[in-house]
Design a protein around this ligand. Structure first.
Ligand SMILES: [Fe+2]
Length: 441
């Protein structure tokens, strides 16, 4: 393992050097930082890579990995440390092979019903350390942390530290998690790196290109590691694929879309998306947010046009449903657009935000188009993360927090008014709303 780690380290070092050679002379942004390889620091038999995700209204899926093939798939939990009051649930397990790599046992156990806004203490597999998480509230306010293209570098660690330093309710990740890119031990390393955060708050993720891991003939469908390790509540939202799903939390409907599965008008994903959005009750969930990996709007030279065919297929569906905001990753920079539809500013279109700046090993996407298109409001190539605090059914606050070296500094912010309270864009549900204020969209 040590030999493998040092080989990997030198490979990434070389990659970083090559990238720096191509940087422009006026380059002043932070360089990529080295990959962190995180080992299993507990006894081999104990659970590792613990993370949680929402399932339905009041359940939580607990996922962890053991090298012990006979370890039990049980979670004991309760509201006081060490007291589980015989609350114990048995779940399921899976494992996978990828060429010569065999994963550990991947345990998925869904616990609940759980009370909202409540801290639970839990233990996985009947042994090992106790963890705790807090369930999201059932009503406003609720705060999402948003971070894409995380990877597992020193920048990732910095971003995670900033995310964890201020309370939030759940994390949304618009794709590109581990940057394992077929090197399966890097999935394990990533699971260990994020465990201190992902075991405390639900992580709701969708896939990026670095999750694909297709190998012709042998693994033609890809996503073997991603689907095994990061199981999301797709069945609960009537989806047939872990690559796209939706969930409700505290008055928000969140749609997680798949940039790397079919999205044409005759695809399952398209049909599912239409049906999913048609079911949204805007009185119960006034806000709708969507996440994709490859941005539909992007004024950076990096990945230019890669989201275009998906935009052409699905933009109208989101627009007609009056989706409030769309978050994407892929481009390693931050960019916020105004309300847009079909490439033009439109007061009834979603705001589009690219937040692919979590800290991956590939570095920042420095080359923005000049001049900036009129629909692009703020753009900057720096590492960081976003916060979406939804205060009530009418107003939410979006902010972007740049990693200034090791400090987190809010560099962009915006007040949003919900479409559900907009008389002009959503007349059906907006009878008595609302005051309008400056600096909001
Ligand atoms: Fe990507």
């Amino acid at each position: 393992m040590a030999k493998y780690s040092s080989l990997l380290f030198f490979f990434f070092l070389l990659l970083n050097c090559l990238q720096n050679i191509h940087a422009s002379p006026e380059y002043s942004r932070p360089h990529p930082r080295p990959v962190i390889l995180t080992g299993h620091n507990r006894p081999e038999s104990e659970p590792e890579q613990v993370h949680i995700s929402l399932v339905g209204k009041d359940h939580m899926r607990v996922t962890w990995i053991t090298s012990d093939k006979h370890a039990k798939s049980i979670v004991e939990y309760g509201t006081s440390p060490g007291k589980y009051h015989s609350s114990s649930v048995t779940g399921e397990r899976t494992s996978y092979r990828y060429f010569f790599y065999s994963s550990g046992e991947i345990h998925h156990v869904t616990i609940g019903p759980l009370e909202p806004n409540t801290t639970y203490y839990y233990r996985c597999g009947g042994s090992g350390p106790e963890f705790s998480f807090k369930t999201p509230p059932s009503t406003f306010p609720i705060e999402f942390a948003v971070a894409g293209d995380l990877g597992q570098t020193e920048w990732t660690a910095s971003t995670l530290q900033h995310i964890g330093a201020k309370d939030y309710d759940l994390l949304l990740l618009p794709g590109d998690l581990s940057y394992a890119d077929t090197q399966q031990p890097l999935w394990d390393s990533f699971g260990r790196l994020v465990e201190p955060y992902a075991s405390k708050r639900p992580w709701m993720v969708t896939q990026g290109n670095h999750e694909i891991e297709i190998f012709p003939i042998i693994y033609p469908h890809g996503f073997k590691a991603y689907n095994s390790r990061w199981l999301m509540p797709y069945q609960e939202s009537s989806s047939t694929s872990n690559l796209y799903y939706s969930f409700n939390v505290a008055g928000c409907h969140v749609v997680m879309l798949g940039s790397y599965t079919d999205f044409d008008a005759d695809s399952y994903q398209y049909t599912w998306l239409q049906a999913d959005l048609a079911k949204v009750d805007r009185v119960k969930t006034p806000w709708i947010f969507a996440l994709i990996h490859a941005p539909w709007y992007n004024s950076n030279a990096a990945h230019k046009g890669e989201g275009e065919s998906m935009r052409r297929s699905m933009e109208e569906v989101l627009y007609k449903a009056r989706v409030d905001a769309v978050f994407s990753g892929h481009v390693h920079a931050y960019e916020r657009f105004t309300r847009v539809y079909n490439n033009k500013a439109d007061p009834c279109g979603p705001i589009y935000v690219t937040i692919g700046d979590g800290g991956n090993r590939e570095g920042l996407a420095m080359m923005f188009e000049k001049p900036s298109p009129s629909i692009s409001v703020f753009r900057e190539a720096s590492f960081g993360h976003g916060r979406l605090k939804v205060y009530n059914k009418t107003h939410a606050h979006w902010s972007w927090h740049r990693n200034n070296d090791n400090n987190s500094v809010m560099a962009d912010e915006l007040w949003l008014q919900s479409f559900a309270s907009s008389k002009s864009c959503f007349p059906e549900t907006s009878q008595q709303e609302s005051t309008t204020q400056k600096d909001e969209l």
